[in-house]
Design a protein around this ligand. Structure first.
Ligand code: KIV
Length: 273
């Protein structure tokens, strides 16, 4: 059978997200930015791997997501695409790649999809970028929205605090979510908003909502893999559940290696040719 005719029935697609929402099956999403991590995450049964622009912080050590470029996102995305068999692969459109004009947004979404092979893209914002979102979907590219704490706007917000505590911002968030849903988004990430508001939006929209710091009433959850594995010792926000302490495990293992090299006990005879 040709490549074109063969279908991977296990592969999660954008329409699968809507079916999962309708069936009440929660969606598990994690970030990844490299081949090995993506392979482990995919094998562990995660439904969606997000090449987040958090790669700017996690991979490059930047203070925020603003510096990462389209070409750097494509580099990370290609590695993840090579690794994953089942999960839907979603790639963030970085800051500056869709805010200038609708044409620019469509061009960059197409470039990301063509050059990396991801399944879908994610953009931050609501009504102000709705024409761009519609045009990208019209080009055949599934779009995930991102509302609430949108890190690309950190300087506008003045920090990474909880969003939509006040009624006016909560109402704007609901209107933004409804607009993204109507435009045809298959999912919306809701970041750092009150749980009650996220649950209300989840009831109102047909697309799947994915929460991070948004309580348990969303259709799914997303975390940054390095945070949930405890690689970043100092980062412990309230919403984060840490499933491992890789910082200690890796520091101990690497410390043992250093000790073995210094004492000449590595490599031994069986580790030599
Ligand atoms: O860039 C990212 O990792 C994200 C998630 C935190 C949702 O956008």
């Amino acid at each position: 059978m040709s490549e074109y005719l063969s279908t991977n029935k296990r592969k999660i697609t954008a329409p699968t997200f809507i079916k999962m929402k309708q069936a009440g099956e929660k969606i598990a999403m994690l970030t990844a930015y490299d081949y090995n991590t993506a392979a482990i995450i995919d094998e562990a049964g995660v439904d969606c791997i997000l090449i987040g622009d958090s790669a700017s912080n996690v991979m490059a050590g930047n203070e925020n997501t603003i510096p990462i470029t389209v070409d750097q996102m494509i580099y990370h995305a290609r590695a993840v695409v090579r690794a994953a068999q089942r999960a839907l692969i979603l790639c963030d459109m970085p800051f500056g790649s869709y805010q200038i004009s609708r044409e620019d947004g469509v061009r960059n979404a197409i470039k990301i999809m063509k050059e990396s092979g991801v399944d879908a893209v994610k953009l931050e914002g609501g009504i102000e970028i709705i024409e761009t979102v519609k045009a990208i979907i019209d080009a055949g590219i599934p779009v995930c929205g991102h509302l609430g704490l949108t890190p690309q706007s950190v300087h506008k917000f003045g920090g990474y605090g909880l969003r939509a505590k006040e009624q006016a911002e909560a109402e704007k968030l609901i209107a933004d979510a409804e607009a993204l849903d109507k435009a045809g988004c298959f999912a919306i990430v809701l970041e750092k908003v009150p749980a009650e508001l996220a649950a209300k939006i989840t009831q109102k929209v047909n697309c799947a909502t994915i929460g991070i710091g948004a309580g348990n009433g969303t259709d799914g959850q997303v975390l940054v893999y390095a945070d949930m594995l405890g690689m970043n010792k100092g980062f412990k926000p309230k919403f984060l559940r840490q499933y491992a302490d890789l910082h200690s495990i890796m520091t101990d293992a690497i410390g043992n290696y250093v000790g073995d090299v210094k004492s000449s006990s590595f490599p031994n005879e069986s580790e030599s040719y």
